[in-house]
Write a new protein. Structure first.
Length: 660
């Protein structure tokens, strides 16, 4: 630890933007790194300098220590902040940074190695008097050893990556027969996310809450705990909503959590920011889960209630200075809730949704904070995680914070990749969440299979009006001279324009008459009056049958994508005279998302049953098992393991067996 005047941020997305902003506010010269997929990303523009570090694949860019170190040396950066994910909890990388004479903004390599080894961290917790759940804590244990030990631990079980965090490489097992596949998928995710496929096994605690304590320690003996965060709202072990402080805990439980976190930090010789994570039973018992030796995704809610800038304090500590805050100075004010806005499609089983961002509108207002890693015109790559932005609301009470966050998400609009915004608003509006204290099982149990509602006739009428208004504007631009006042006028009252739009399985046949430049009367089953009051840069303010509506849209050659706040709709234009016959997938298995084919379990000629696992696709650091769409025999294999595939690409064809 020593003073430095320049900082390289070894990360991407919203956390890179967050750290770069804090570093520049501290007067530091900043350096960003980027892969080919991120050449035009916002974090690149924020830095004073930016260095390309390789192709899109994380293993060849953000996970390659030598490329990061070479970028630091080339730019004269004196310190490196790893953010979270990627190399943030890689002890060898932290050691290499120090060996090159640079400052690593984070804990020591020894502390990272200790906390990153979940078996060693559990042993440390036991020595510090912190309760742990029963499990197999040997990261050297192979699948056979873990399977053999499982019956004695009992069900349910949790398979966990020994390295890293963030929910990657985790699988819950409720049936011992499912354990082998869970181990295989968890190892694949862990290898892709952390470069280490070691696993441990632990008994799962049902109906528990996931509560964590923010720790901040300097090299002068100060160890602070900054309150707790409740991160129980999770899907597939991935946090979705986080809040501070944790609602409904007794004073005794809060005190026990803070004391346990302090003991862990002291016992591990911890310096810088870290998070001690616990499971809290319905009875208020606490059990050590893990300690993340880095900044957490959800750190903004702690910043909101404490008024502290954790990144600025990290930089201060890394320079060897006292943290400058006493425990008695830490006061929690109000309540904060964070929602993770992700590029995923809830209606399609939360499959990742990559691609260009056509429109991007984020809300502003009192008590709101947006930490974003993307913007309009950007591209969401398939090779990284799905987090687009974090929407954080702070209020005097939990109820006020909840109301502000809900309103903010209703105003957020993204056109391009599908997002979970509408799903988030639904979760926030649920009465059980409003009461506080839900368990880690609540979200998946309550929202099992979200179904996207089909467009209403009014929404389809708006789409038709915007499509035709665009066509009219194009025609006007191509004309030599036409008075806008004559648009839509004809001596016989005007001819109706027609357009057919498809959304899912439904086709809307629209007939519309323009009255001037801004009013469309759209007829489908009934008539809808759409008045365009303002139209600029992909956003429209409308009066639809007298009701004001705001919509963000992108007009394609073959259709229109639009967002009514968090509700995203896509319409494709049906060309008159085109064949109406619908295609059926039959035995064709296509990629449901962009990604890499990591495994193919069948070959040409193999017989398969409907629903049998046939392949594994890796997208946004998660492993997705693909199954046979029909029963039959594999007639063709169109992709090989290791291939990068795009959504819709053919993977294999199955000759369907004849039905009796």
């Amino acid at each position: 630890m020593r003073p430095f005047g320049s900082l390289l941020v070894a990360n991407r997305g919203e956390i890179a933007c967050r750290i770069l902003g804090a570093a520049r506010a501290e007067g530091l010269r900043t350096v960003a790194v980027f892969s080919d997929a991120d050449a035009d990303a916002p974090h690149v523009a924020l830095a004073d300098e930016a260095v390309r570090i390789g192709p899109a694949a994380p293993a060849e860019s953000y996970l390659d220590p030598e490329r990061i170190l070479a970028a630091a040396e080339a730019t004269g950066a004196e310190a490196i902040h790893p953010g979270y994910g990627f190399l943030s909890e890689n002890a060898a990388f932290a050691r290499a940074v120090a060996d090159r004479g640079l400052v690593f903004v984070g804990p020591s390599p020894e502390a990272i190695a200790l906390m990153g080894d979940k078996a060693a961290a559990r042993a440390l917790a036991e020595q510090a008097g912190v309760p742990v759940l029963p499990g197999v804590n040997d990261p050297q244990a192979d699948d056979a050893a873990l399977i053999a030990a499982a019956p004695d631990l009992g069900l349910p079980l949790m398979v966990k990556a020994a390295a890293g965090g963030g929910g990657r490489g985790m699988r819950r097992v409720d049936d011992l027969a499912a354990l082998p596949e869970a181990l295989a998928l968890a190892r694949g995710e862990a290898r892709a996310a952390f470069g280490d496929d070691a696993l441990i096994l632990e008994r799962a605690l049902d109906e528990a809450r996931h509560v964590e304590v923010q720790v901040l320690a300097d090299a002068h003996g100060t160890v602070l705990t900054l309150g707790e965060r409740d991160c129980s709202v999770q899907r597939r072990r991935q946090k979705v909503l986080e809040e501070a402080p944790a609602p409904g805990l007794s004073a005794a439980t809060r005190e026990a959590l803070a004391e346990a976190a302090r003991r862990l930090a002291v016992a591990g010789g911890y310096v810088n920011a870290g998070t001690a994570e616990f499971l809290v039973s319905p009875a208020g018992e606490i059990f050590f889960l893990e300690m993340n030796a880095r900044l957490q995704v959800e750190h903004p809610v702690t910043e909101a209630v404490t008024g502290l800038d954790l990144v600025a304090l990290q930089l201060r500590i890394a320079q060897g200075r006292p943290v400058g805050v006493r425990q008695e100075d830490v006061r929690l004010t109000g309540h904060a809730i964070e929602a993770r806005l992700c590029a995923e499609d809830p209606a399609a089983g939360f499959l990742p949704s990559a691609g260009p961002i056509r429109r991007w509108r984020m809300p502003e207002g009192d008590g709101l904070r947006i930490d974003a890693g993307y913007g309009e015109g950007g591209e969401v790559p398939a090779v990284y995680d799905s987090l687009l932005a974090k929407v954080i609301a702070h209020g005097a009470t939990r109820e006020e914070a909840l109301a502000r966050l809900s309103a903010a998400l209703r105003r957020a609009a993204v056109v391009g990749p599908r997002t979970n915004a509408a799903f988030l608003t639904e979760a926030l509006a649920h009465p059980e969440f409003a009461l506080g204290g839900v368990s880690t099982l609540w979200l998946e149990r309550t929202f099992d299979a979200p179904v996207e509602a089909a467009p209403t006739e009014t929404e389809a009428a708006v789409a038709a009006a915007l499509w035709l208004a665009g066509a009219q504007a194009e025609a006007l631009a191509a004309a030599v001279r036409v008075s806008p006042g004559l648009l839509g006028w004809a001596s016989d009252g005007g001819h109706a324009a027609r357009v057919s739009l498809r959304a899912g399985e439904q086709v809307w046949e629209a007939s519309a008459r323009a009255e001037g430049a801004d009013l469309w009367r759209v007829t489908m089953e009934g008539e809808t009056e759409v008045r365009i009051e303002a139209l600029e840069d992909g956003a429209a303010r409308l009066r639809v049958d007298g009701t004001r509506r705001e919509v963000v849209f992108f007009r394609r050659k073959d259709g229109l994508d639009l967002a009514f706040g968090p509700r995203q709709l896509g319409f494709s234009r049906v060309v008159p005279g085109a064949a109406a016959a619908e295609e059926t997938a039959g035995g064709r298995l296509t990629a449901p998302m962009h990604g890499r084919l990591t495994a193919l379990d069948v070959a040409e000629g193999d017989a398969v049953a409907k629903g049998a696992p046939v392949a594994v696709l890796e997208a946004m650091k998660m492993q997705h098992r693909l199954t046979a769409p029909v029963a039959g025999r594999v007639a063709r294999v169109a992709a090989a393991p290791g291939a990068q595939v795009a959504v819709g690409d053919l993977l294999l064809e199955i000759e369907e067996e004849e039905r009796a």
